[in-house]
Ligand binder design. Sequence first.
Ligand code: FES
Length: 177
Amino acid sequence: MRQQAEANICSEKDFAALTQDRQWRQVNRTMRLNNNQPEALIETLHAVQDTFGFLDHQAMAYVAHVLRVPLSRVYAVATFYHYFSLKPPGEHSCVVCMGTACYIGGSSALLDQIQQSAAIGPGETSKDGKVSLVVARCLGSCGLAPAAVFDGRVAGKLNPALMEEQLERWLSHDPEA
Ligand code: FES
């Protein structure tokens, strides 16, 4: 049953969709630049971690599929290096893009706002465990700069006020957050 559920999450159709998904652009680019060779595994996992803040089963299955390495090896690498996290440490995850377009668009001010509202910096989780912050190099959504990913959803054209609104929803236990 569990195997069947995993197969559903990681079908060929799902994988095909990820090759076109904007959020996965940086990860796909990393694999493509390495000709989808198995040797690109660590670099690719870094790209996944940088983009999403952690590695989940679907991400590892997708990387294993594209690079043609056994999923067990992906898990072995992901669990060996402390840099990789298999789940978001906080209840909510916020990935702020610090790539060129977003940096020019004001992503530093977004980080300042997070520091002010949640008292956390990149790589940290708020004391109450509500929010984790990660920075990425490029989310593949430069037209939306400055951009961030809130719990896996891309949000663009952000400013400090919008960032504060999002954080308030998370920190105030708003079920709509
Ligand atoms: S630089 Fe931020 S999405 Fe590309």
